[in-house]
Design a protein around this ligand. Sequence first.
Ligand SMILES: [Zn+2]
Length: 62
Amino acid sequence: MKIELTEILICPGCRGELELEVLEEEAGEVVTGSLHCAACNLSYPICEGVPDLLLPESRSDA
Ligand SMILES: [Zn+2]
């Protein structure tokens, strides 16, 4: 996903801002990393360029 996308992504739990941590980047896109919400103290993984923004407890009914 594009690094700039972080600006429009919000935490699904509290609708707060997410902090991007990049582990692997390629051509301005995040390949591997995570999005962290300081308010919820939750991290959402980014795997192969796809952010997984589902809350752990809502994965079954989302
Ligand atoms: Zn949050």
